[in-house]
Design a protein around this ligand. Structure first.
Ligand SMILES: Cc1ncc(COP(=O)(O)O)c(C=O)c1O
Length: 391
């Protein structure tokens, strides 16, 4: 078979590759502590599961309108309206199988080959992959531990040009757990509004997993609703990664375009899954609160544990369930260190470079694992690195 050139430009999400490698080692009898996986280790709350089962029993098994059934578009609109403190119309909501399609549609809809896109680096690997796929000119916005992985707004201002079509913000962010500081949002909004054709993809998939403070979206800044596509979903908040349920919130006219992309790709999101989503948004939120409180405890455990290891320096993430320590003190490059930890210590984690070139010098650990497993992982890392650093 002869493939189109663009297939050669498509990247991947290395977390899945590391998981496969770790599973292979496990199959060979090796014990592995999994700190590579980016999904909550909690079950989906039972009332959501029941809503899906009921929807199936009630016969909600056919196609739905491409952007979603009215009930879920209304529920999402209410939810985002409460977050932004502004009214949101259901016609501004497009429901998708997981939130990832919103990224895809964003670049297909707005970016011509050669157009510039400014995106966080280290950042979610699918941004780079998709940007290469559509032939965009990638303009990385480096994030560093020095300033708590926050956006350097002066640098952002220098990177944005008349050719920039999309700015990607991700708050709280994967892999760093850093946020876009609320006090920086007015200036970032001004940078965007100064350019005629610049739109923001605001990836807010971790918006509910925040350890203090309220989530602040760029879309709430004056004039920004017309320039922003919010990406969010159910995977992380409601422990529903395998259900595939996400959405975008955007201006009505843009929602019509994204719906057209939905018709052309997925037709619609699974009918009964959408009904479960309504139960998730409208039902009790105590399971979410309990999960976030548990993540906060684990964050402290892993950050303190990492900081007790020579050569490793971790700052406390503001949100999500990742810690992104600086490991330059070990003297090893990130890829080598991640391999060493996997093969010598039985700890699976991700090299910072899985998230772009600016991830060199860091590792990503997920704390979506039990405190006992986190402690065991830390013990193994300490034992593995102590001799290397002492040398
Ligand atoms: C930053 C970020 N955005 C979006 C997604 C996509 O989530 P999903 O497609 O499961 O809704 C993820 C998943 O890992 C993520 O980390």
């Amino acid at each position: 078979m002869r493939y189109a050139d663009r297939m050669g430009r498509l990247g991947t999400e290395t977390a899945f590759e590391v998981l496969a490698k770790a599973k292979k080692l496990e199959a060979e009898g090796k014990s592995i502590v999994h700190l590579e996986i980016g999904q909550p280790d909690f079950p989906t709350p039972p009332h959501i599961v029941e809503a899906a089962a009921k929807a199936l029993r009630d016969g909600h098994t056919g196609y739905t309108p491409a952007p979603g059934v009215p009930e879920i578009r209304e529920a999402v609109a209410e939810h985002i309206a409460a977050r932004l403190g502004q009214p949101v119309h259901p016609d501004e909501v497009v429901v998708t199988p997981g939130a990832k399609p919103i990224m895809f549609y964003m670049f297909l809809a707005f970016v011509e080959a050669g157009d510039e896109v400014v995106y966080p680096n280290p950042g979610f690997p699918i941004y780079e992959s998709m940007l290469d796929f559509v032939g965009a000119k990638r303009v990385p916005l480096p994030l560093t531990a020095k300033n708590g992985f926050r956006v350097d707004v002066d640098l952002l201002e220098r990177l944005v040009t008349d050719r920039t079509r999309v700015l990607i913000l991700n708050t709280p962010g994967n892999p760093t757990g850093g946020i876009v500081a609320p006090e920086d949002l007015p200036r970032i909004a001004q940078i965007v509004l100064r350019r005629k054709d610049l739109v923001v993809l605001s990836d807010e998939i971790y918006s509910r997993i925040l350890f203090g403070g309220r989530h602040a979206s760029i879309a709430a800044q004056p004039g920004m609703r017309e320039r922003t596509v919010i990406l969010d979903g159910f995977s992380k908040t409601y422990a529903m990664t395998g259900w595939r349920l996400g959405y975008g919130v955007m201006p009505k006219e843009c929602a019509a375009r994204f719906s057209q992309l939905m018709v052309n790709s997925n037709s619609c999101t699974a009918n009964f899954v959408q009904r479960a989503g309504v139960a998730a948004l409208r039902g009790p939120q105590d399971a979410v609160d309990a999960m976030v409180a548990e993540f906060a405890r684990r964050r402290d455990l892993i950050v303190d544990g990492l900081n007790a290891i020579p050569g490793v320096r971790a700052i406390k993430p503001d949100g999500a369930f990742y810690v992104f320590p600086d490991t330059t003190g070990t003297g090893l490059r990130s890829g080598d260190l991640a391999n060493k930890l996997l093969f010598d210590a039985g700890v699976a984690c991700l090299s910072g470079t899985c998230f772009g070139a600016h991830g060199e010098g860091y590792l990503r650990f997920s704390f979506a694992n039990s405190p006992d497993n986190l402690r065991e992982g830390l013990r193994r890392i300490r034992a593995c690195l102590a001799p290397a650093v002492a040398r």
